[in-house]
Design a protein around this ligand. Structure first.
Ligand SMILES: [Zn+2]
Length: 266
């Protein structure tokens, strides 16, 4: 299976699907992360080309730690629009990876770049199989399965966890990969969140702190999905999970196909 994960910023795929990506890559699937923007607005001091370069380096290092390829598109952070130009970029990337599965945010989110990435990927669904659109890259033979990342937004409709993956065994590796995004995990996100003073100084303390702040509790709905896929007994012991919703615009996978995409569910 070839899986492409598309986020708005260089650290979005990592947070939403990083554990699943580690597991899939270790099972022989090919996984690629794409950031649609270059992240050049995500800092309180640095900006522009200097910040974009720093974040590209962080993304490449994170990719190594996850065991995936990582591409960053050169669109400005905080200014993303669901334009035809960017839609064609997304279509080309999905085709070039010969993707069987595409993961992306839902178009309901606090951040306009996240919302528009959701729109852009929805707009690319189906079109990736239309040969007359972006003919310079051969169209896919079939529409991939499109999956949404988990989020907590309720309007107009809440996230529905169709699939939930136990990432407990690779959680520490996920945290170690997130740690590559120094500018985000230890500088920008704590600054904008008002907790910069809590960030530890030493590398070792930072990893422990990051694991604590990035734990993310398992919601009752996701726990139910874990019960469905892992059974009640196993699911009650699961500490860390990532969940996905099936998008209506892609191929609709049956249960057998879902277990082929996610061999850990077999
Ligand atoms: Zn983001």
């Amino acid at each position: 299976m070839r899986i492409i994960v598309i986020g708005a910023h260089p650290d979005d795929c990592d947070q939403k699907a990083g554990g699943t990506a580690i597991l899939l890559a270790s099972m022989g699937h090919k996984v690629k992360f794409i950031s649609v923007t270059n992240g050049d607005a995500g800092h309180q001091k640095d900006k522009g080309l200097s910040l974009a370069k720093r974040r590209l380096g962080e993304a490449k290092e994170a990719g190594k730690r996850f065991g995936v390829e990582y591409d960053v598109l050169n669109n400005h952070d905080g200014l993303l629009m669901p334009s035809l130009e960017v839609r064609l970029q997304v279509i080309r990337k999905i085709r070039e990876w010969n993707s069987d599965v595409v993961m992306a945010p839902r178009p309901n989110d606090y951040h306009p770049d996240h919302r528009y990435t959701g729109i852009l990927v929805q707009d690319a669904a189906y079109m990736v199989a239309v040969p007359n659109i972006a003919p310079e890259v051969p169209a896919l033979k079939k529409n991939p399965v499109f999956l949404y990342f988990q989020d907590h937004f309720q309007k107009p409709n809440p996230f529905r966890p169709d699939i939930a993956i136990d990432i407990s065994s690779v959680f520490q590796q996920k945290v170690y990969a997130l740690d590559a995004h120094t500018s985000q995990m230890y500088e920008w996100l704590p600054w904008i969140g008002g907790y910069l003073a809590d960030v530890p100084a030493s590398a070792k303390d930072r990893l422990t702190w990051l694991a604590g702040t990035r734990t993310g509790r398992i919601t009752p709905d996701v726990r139910k999905a874990l019960e469905k896929w892992y059974g009640a007994e196993t699911s009650s012991t699961i500490q860390h999970a990532e969940a996905f919703e099936i998008c209506e615009y892609g191929k609709q996978p049956n249960e057998e196909m879902i277990r082929n995409i996610f061999p850990m569910l077999r």
